[in-house]
Design a protein around this ligand. Structure first.
Ligand code: ADP
Ligand code: MG
Length: 751
């Protein structure tokens, strides 16, 4: 068995936790109860037992045997880490953020599955056997006592694990579904309702099996995603090749990746050229051609030639490892709906027990009614008390939804964000880099002092991440050849405007026309600059000017292309029910208008500083759930202010890290589909909750005329569980057309 331990920094940043995989967690409720028990162990305070991803995070000082004992109560167990390979289990202080074990986790996730499958197959056979025995009791030739024996055996076969847990809980006065079921079945046998008790036990067993199946399906499709992680790689050192486990790769190692093999970690191609499939990272299945000097992602597949690659990041820092860590953590963050259901289930079960006791004892004691009827109804009510379907209504749908989105290259960092995404009614877009390609080119240049203009512009812009800056640097470099570039000193970013720095001892500025307000130009110069500016803007160009003290050195007019998929995406968003699409930009109105018109957004606002973008988001927020899509350059505050921050995958690191959703493909193509998936998940969750609650309510109401039978009680739960599980899993279905298929650019003339 592969090691499954990793370290996680606790909430206090001090204590460390190790991670184990846990197999066979049967329901969110019991998981919570076991977590509470584990937390009561010595050093157990900050343990987390996570149902959705099937993990346990725990202080290494906790006595594992005790933990295992607790888990066993629910039929769950730890997958033991292999302590013989200390490398993997070494606890490093900053490991929590990097998630070094994601690869190991991925391996065990797949390795663990067969055993779980084996167990559920055994459970299924026992159920079939019980069903057959139950059927035989109806054969007229079978004598009564044999029939009873068969019934009893069937009850034991189909319900033994429930009884085991139920009895244990009963002794400790802990009331959950197992306790309820155990009491109900024992009661039914005592009052002589053999047949019904058997049927109930079989149906309940089936119910449990389904429950486990549903969640493990949802989890498994996630581990399929994790299987993208490569295991080892061929390192070339001093002309010799050796096979090295991924975890041992160091920055600077040179690896050989042959056709069909996976690239081990993020790196740069040194030699060779090949088509590389990056689907594991971006969801985009059309291979990208990579040659010397180009960056590659770990986890992508080299589909043709031989590549020699220099490793730039250790595996645990690679994009793939981060994605996997993220996706895994995302599953375990509870949504408000889930928290509500947890709380609800916590008092629902005891409340039902009280109700059952009332129904059992009040009529005979107060009104002299016969005991049997009351006891029977009471037992049926106990069965109604199992909140199985209810507690399942959210997690399966959420995990399925997040997994499906991840397959599209849309990383949703938590169920709550998936729920939000499904409710989005307005989306704001940044212009540069989001609606446009973010690769603007200098189209026009008006220089008043050409030499100095280029020198200053290039010097300052080389210190900026803004897409316009890159264009300016490229443009100047192409013209000035090997000229030495002066070094800027004291560089300051003017958010949403540009930059300022000292070049050769003189304070210089580069940025939008808003800079003019800060310079005191002479009347004549001012008139000339204003005229040239208007000229460039009239052509819809974005203007970048460079100035030193009170002198404008020149103007660049840049144009950025609309992303080809933007108009289709905006239209698809409107069809998906997003009423308002808004473009927010710091650029001037003339440049903004063209892009807005061609992309088809319903509104646009230009000339905004970062804080004004925030104000716009807040204004939108009055009308429903607002998402903001941006790359983090001059729009990070707006991303944070929106209900849902959506970052472009190639945006700034901080944007990608703080955003709620990341578009790994670095384009908007999959956003409408992700919204559809989220809406569907939201609808299914609401419907699931409604269904499971109303079936419970109906069952309870049936007790008034005295129509509730034991099997109706268990069927109402099982029916709901089946529907809830299947509906949740349908989210995983459906073909995902890849982004590459997005329709060609539609050119709409608008001038
Ligand atoms: P957008 O909202 O379109 O992404 P920004 O808010 O990023 O635009 O920038 C607004 C304007 O500020 C740009 O159009 C540009 O004129 C100017 N600007 C900002 N940063 C820079 C920079 N580093 N170099 C040149 N101009 C800049
Ligand atoms: Mg921007």
């Amino acid at each position: 068995m592969n090691p499954t331990m990793t370290s996680h920094r606790g909430p206090d940043g001090e204590s460390r936790r190790v991670e184990y995989r846990v197999q066979g967690l049967s329901c969110p409720n019991c998981t919570r109860e076991m977590q509470e028990e584990i937390q009561r162990l010595e050093h157990g305070q900050n343990a987390s037992l996570l149902y959705n991803s099937g993990r346990l995070l725990i202080d290494p000082a906790v006595d594992l045997q005790q933990v295992e004992r607790i888990l066993k109560g629910d039929g769950a167990k730890l997958i033991q880490p292999d302590l013989s390979s200390p490398d993997e289990t070494t606890v490093s202080a900053n490991a929590a953020d990097e998630g070094p074990s994601t690869q190991a986790a991925a391996e065990t996730a797949s390795a663990g599955e067969p055993e779980e499958e084996h167990e559920s197959r055994l459970g299924l056979w026992l159920l079939v056997l019980s069903a057959v025995m139950y059927g035989v009791t109806f054969v007229p030739a079978i004598p009564g006592t044999v029939g009873i024996g068969l019934d009893l055996a069937a009850i034991v076969f189909s319900g033994y694990s429930t009884f085991q847990r139920g009895l244990r809980n009963l002794i400790r006065l802990k009331f959950n579904m197992d306790t309820l079921m155990t009491v109900a079945l024992t009661g039914a046998v005592i009052i002589g309702e053999w047949k019904e008790a058997t049927l109930v036990a079989i149906l309940f067993g089936l119910n449990e099996l389904l429950e486990g199946y549903g969640m493990s399906r949802a989890r498994r499709s996630l581990s399929a995603l994790l299987e993208a992680a490569p295991k080892e790689s061929v390192v070339v050192q001093d002309g010799r090749e050796s096979v090295v486990p991924i975890a041992r790769l160091k920055v600077g190692d040179v690896v050989l990746v042959r056709a069909g093999e996976k690239i081990p970690s993020d790196g740069t191609v040194l030699e060779g050229s090949s088509a590389v499939n990056e689907a594991a990272i971006t969801g985009e299945s059309i291979p990208v051609t990579k040659g010397p000097g180009q960056p590659v992602f770990g986890g992508s597949v080299n589909s043709e030639g031989l590549l020699r690659i220099r490793i730039d990041k250790p595996y645990e820092d690679s994009s793939l490892a981060k994605i996997m860590q993220l996706v895994q953590e995302a599953q375990d963050k509870k949504t408000p709906t889930e928290l509500f259901i947890d709380r609800f289930a916590k008092w629902y079960t005891p409340a039902i027990m009280v109700l059952a006791a009332l129904v059992m004892f009040v009529p005979p004691l107060l009104f002299g009614q016969p005991w049997m009827n009351g006891v029977y109804e009471g037992l049926a009510i106990l069965i109604v008390g199992c909140p199985c379907a209810l507690v399942l209504s959210s997690p399966i749908a959420l995990v399925s939804g997040m997994t499906r989105c991840a397959r599209l290259g849309v990383l949703v960092k938590g169920g709550v964000h998936l729920e939000q995404l499904g409710k989005v009614s307005a989306i704001a877009f940044d212009k540069t880099g989001t609606l446009t390609k973010g690769q603007p080119e200098v189209q026009r240049e008006i220089a008043y002092d050409p030499q100095r203009f280029h020198a200053v512009a290039a010097a300052l812009e080389s210190g900026s991440l803004h897409p316009l800056a890159a264009a300016v640097v490229r443009y100047v470099a192409a013209r000035s050849g090997g000229d030495e570039r002066p070094r800027p000193a004291g560089l300051v970013t003017l958010p949403g405007v540009g930059l300022s720095a000292e070049v050769d001892g003189v304070r210089c500025f580069v940025g939008s026309e808003a800079l003019l307000a800060q310079l005191s130009l002479g009347g004549e110069a001012q008139a000339r600059v204003a005229e040239d500016l208007a000229h460039l803007k009239a052509q819809g160009l974005t203007v970048v000017l460079a100035a030193e003290s009170a002198r404008v050195l020149g103007l660049f007019g840049l144009a950025d292309e609309l992303r080809p998929e933007a108009p289709d995406v905006v239209r698809a968003l409107h069809r998906a029910g997003v009423a308002r699409t808004v473009m927010l930009t710091g650029d001037h109105a003339a440049a903004a208008q063209g892009i807005a018109a061609r992309s088809g957004v319903t509104e646009w606002h230009a000339g905004l500083l970062p804080e004004q973008k925030v104000a716009q988001i807040q204004a939108l927020a009055g009308h429903g759930t607002v998402a903001m899509v941006g790359d983090g350059i001059n729009d990070a505050p707006a991303l944070a202010a929106a209900d849902l921050g959506i970052a472009m995958g190639q945006g700034t690191d901080s944007a990608v890290e703080t955003a709620d959703i990341v578009l790994m493909q670095d384009h908007l193509g999959q956003l409408p589909r992700a919204i559809r998936i989220a809406r569907r998940a939201g609808r299914i969750i609401a419907w699931n909750i409604g269904l499971s609650l109303s079936l419970k309510l109906i069952a309870l109401l049936l007790t008034i005329p005295g129509w509730l039978t034991l099997w109706i009680a268990v069927m109402s739960d099982m029916g709901a569980t089946i529907i809830v599980t299947l509906l949740g899993l349908t989210i995983l279905l459906g073909k995902d057309p890849k982004a590459g298929d997005s329709p060609a650019v539609e050119v709409t003339s608008h001038n």
